[in-house]
Design a protein around this ligand. Sequence first.
Ligand SMILES: Cc1cc2nc3c(=O)[nH]c(=O)nc-3n(C[C@H](O)[C@H](O)[C@H](O)COP(=O)(O)OP(=O)(O)OC[C@H]3O[C@@H](n4cnc5c(N)ncnc54)[C@H](O)[C@@H]3O)c2cc1C
Length: 437
Amino acid sequence: MYRVVVIGGGWSGCAAALTAKKAGADVTLLEKTDLLLGLGNVGGIMRNNGRFTAAEENIAMGAGDLFAITDKCSRHINIDFPGHKHASLYDVTKVEPCVRRLLREKGIDVRLMARAVDVVTRKKNKQRGGRDGESVIEKIVLAGGEEIEGDVFVETTGSTGPMGNCLTYGNGCCMCILRCPAFGPRVSISAKAGGSDIMGKRKDGSFGAFSGSGKLEKRSLSEELQHQLNETGVAVVPLPEKAIKREKLDMKVCKQYALNEYAENIVLLDTGYAKIMTPFFDLETLRQVPGFEDARYVDPYAGGKGNSIRYLSVAERENTMKAAGIENLFCGGEKSGLFVGHTEAISTGSLAGHNAVRYLKGMKMLELPIGIAIGDLISFANESLKTDDGLMSRYTFAGAEYFKRMKEKGLYSTDAEEISAKVRRYGVDNIYEEQLI
Ligand SMILES: Cc1cc2nc3c(=O)[nH]c(=O)nc-3n(C[C@H](O)[C@H](O)[C@H](O)COP(=O)(O)OP(=O)(O)OC[C@H]3O[C@@H](n4cnc5c(N)ncnc54)[C@H](O)[C@@H]3O)c2cc1C
């Protein structure tokens, strides 16, 4: 029996579970809340800028299932908004049940309200092939005491929470979708197993970053704004001078939205709710803007005051997504770098799940070629973490430095056939479809 245990059911964990299952393993997915998709329940923007290329690369490599769902659940496709082109916006209220059904149909053992709190490890004997006395995880311990045995583990617990982090580095618990007070805190499996976690920084040297957007209840906005959002997907509403707070641009995770347009205007996107592209906005001030007189936050509940704090728990890893210092732990998503985005989480998670099975089979692990965007992002983000500047950056196909790099290196394309041909040329087409066991 080849048992893969994935800890954390966000986009990266779901992607890892799928590729590990396709490669032939028995897969258990542990998620601490009652919902899969983690931050994916409050996001929605796909295929914007370089994410289009990365989505098509994943599809060509055989990790297309989750993109089929986000495409199917899109309320708007091929839209532009400041700094972003050809985006699609999935309906955040529709996507989670589709993913949960898919995973169960594929035979993945999805365990909800199963929070990992500890690991049981042993040291590998160097003579028996252990690398420099790396530790080996034998079991995951759940809150409540149940132990889950596995042969290889994939950590995709993200970087949000516990509440103490939001208190120390932010404005307190803002009641985000991860609902730590109800479901318990995030735990770093890599740290529990003896690895060391890296913390992202802000420009002023302080740790972590605020999540960069929230959701307003669409019905709490004026009829006119609702209509515009439903019809076009986007509304850009100028702010009065006294309500403009440019310093907020430096606080946020999403460097791709650190553009003046996002300080001078309220940018709304229709993801089922009205996604407001700013970390938080004082409700009293917001209600003075025409169209927002009755506005109300639905995510995070305390979006008038703060947002979640992220990027405080990145595992050191190799470009195969294997965690450093732990022989049988792989990682994906925000756990594996200062990555922002659903597409980035699916890209890294898919590789982690696939390589977990290669490890079990004693096969050479896959490193994606840097001639395709996903391979380049994975290796570039890893290299950058070694510098102070790199710790202040965030890595996304959607904008900021990495999208610039994509364009300079000729990695950006919106031609699906061209992207698929390139993936084939590098010999990694349908690689995730291969059954290894
Ligand atoms: C408000 C907001 C809006 C965003 N909008 C967009 C967008 O429009 N487009 C986009 O591409 N990106 C967006 N992002 C970023 C994107 O959502 C994330 O980068 C990405 O989804 C991270 O995925 P992940 O799987 O790495 O982590 P997460 O989504 O954080 O998933 C981690 C999962 O692990 C679980 N977990 C944690 N600890 C444990 C434990 N001990 N045991 C078991 N389970 C555990 C958590 O409950 C969670 O479900 C947004 C983020 C936020 C916060």
